[in-house]
Design a protein around this ligand. Structure first.
Ligand SMILES: [Zn+2]
Length: 320
C-alpha cells in the first residue's frame, strides 16, 4: 500500500509538472534501456541494469571534507545515484547470470533486472546458473520475489563461507545493528533454492561453469568472490562490490564503506584488484560503477582511474 501511494504521488507530481508547462521530460519516471551487449572472445555478455538507487556518501568511511574534495574533482554533484548492475553470460547451452539484483527488497528504483533481461531477449526461466559475488540484498534479493524463485531452473552458486556466514543466525546476533536485517533478507532470498537443493557452495578457486573460474576476495563480506570469464584469449573479471563510489575509491582506494564486514580486508582487496586490473590490462565488470560498469583501470598518481569500454551499437552478436 505504501508503495502504491508512492507511485500515485509520483503520478500526480508528473501531472503537476505537465500542467505547469514544464517539459514532461523532466519527470523522474523515464526508464532507460537496461541492457548492453559485449563480446569477450567467443562468448556474448550482456550488462543488465537492475536500476539505480540514491547514495548516502556519509556511509563512506572518510572525513566529509575528503569525500567532498574527491566528488568535486569528478564534478559529481549530490544527490548521487549508484547503478546496480548484473551480467548475463551466454555460453553455449548455459545462460549464466552474475548476481540477481534487488527484486522488491530495496525500493522502486531497483528490481528492473527481469525487464532488462527481457530487453536482451531472455526470460528468467531460461537461466541455468546464477553466480553470486556475495549475499547482499542488491545482489541476491532478486532471486526470490513474494516467496517464489524468480529463476525456477537455475542452480545458485556461492562461496561456502559466504553462505554459511549469512545463513547462520548466531552471526546475526554478533553483527553490527545496521547489518542485521541483511541476514533476514539473505534467508528469504535463498529459501526456495535451498529448499529445492539448488544452492551449490564452492571453496576457493575452481572452474564453476565452463570458462568461468572463482577467485576469493574476502573483505566486503566473508566469502565475497570474483568470477573470471575466459574465452579465446580474452578475459572479463566480474568484480562484485570492490567499488561503491568510483569518484572516491579509484583515486583513494583506502576509503571503505559502512557495508564492509571487514573494512581493512576490503580496502586491501580493492588495492590488490586495482593493481591487478591496471597492470594486466584486464577488463572488469563492476556492480556499482555507472551502467554498464564495464571498463579498464589505469594507474593515476598514487591511485587509479576508470576507463569505461567504448559504447558500440549494433555490436556483433554470435549465434543469432
Ligand atoms: Zn552491492
Amino acid at each position: 500500500m505504501k508503495r502504491y501511494n508512492a507511485w500515485k504521488a509520483a503520478g500526480l507530481f508528473a501531472v503537476a509538472i505537465l500542467l505547469s508547462g514544464v517539459s514532461g521530460v523532466q519527470a523522474a519516471t523515464k526508464a532507460q534501456a537496461g541492457y548492453q551487449w559485449l563480446e569477450i572472445g567467443d562468448v556474448q555478455v550482456v550488462a543488465l541494469s537492475d536500476g539505480t538507487i540514491p547514495v548516502d556518501t556519509k556511509l563512506l568511511h572518510a572525513a566529509p571534507e575528503r569525500i567532498d574534495r574527491l566528488l568535486a574533482a569528478s564534478r559529481a554533484v549530490p544527490p548521487l545515484a549508484a547503478s546496480v548492475n548484473a551480467f548475463l553470460v551466454v555460453a553455449g547451452d548455459r545462460l549464466v547470470l552474475v548476481d540477481a539484483g534487488a527484486g522488491k527488497a530495496m525500493g522502486p528504483g531497483l528490481g528492473k533486472l527481469t525487464a532488462s533481461l527481457a530487453g536482451a531477449g531472455y526470460a528468467p526461466g531460461q537461466i541455468t546458473d546464477v553466480l553470486l559475488t556475495h549475499i547482499h540484498g542488491d545482489h541476491s534479493a532478486g532471486l526470490t520475489i513474494d516467496g517464489k524463485a524468480v529463476f525456477p531452473k537455475a542452480v545458485v552458486h556461492v562461496n561456502r563461507q559466504e553462505a554459511e556466514y549469512w545463513l547462520n543466525p548466531a552471526n546475526k546476533d554478533k553483527a553490527l545493528s545496521q547489518h542485521r536485517m541483511m541476514f533476514d533478507l539473505a534467508k528469504t532470498s535463498l529459501a526456495p533454492y535451498v529448499d529445492s537443493g539448488r544452492v551449490q557452495s564452492f571453496d576457493g578457486r575452481m572452474e564453476i561453469v565452463p570458462g568461468i573460474t572463482t577467485q576469493p576476495s574476502p573483505g566486503h563480506t566473508p566469502g565475497h568472490s570474483f568470477y573470471l570469464l575466459e574465452s579465446n584469449g580474452k578475459k572479463l573479471l566480474f568484480w562484485g562490490d570492490i567499488i561503491h563510489r568510483a569518484e572516491v575509491q579509484f583515486p583513494e582506494p583506502d576509503v571503505t564503506i559502512d557495508y564492509d564486514i571487514d573494512p581493512k580486508a576490503a580496502a586491501a582487496q580493492r588495492k590488490q584488484a586495482m593493481a591487478q586490473a591496471a597492470d594486466a590490462d584486464i577488463v572488469v565488470a563492476a556492480a556499482h560503477i555507472a551502467f554498464p560498469g564495464v571498463g579498464r583501470v589505469a594507474r593515476d598518481g598514487a591511485g587509479y582511474r576508470w576507463l569505461p569500454v567504448p559504447y558500440v551499437n549494433d555490436a556483433p552478436v554470435a549465434g543469432q
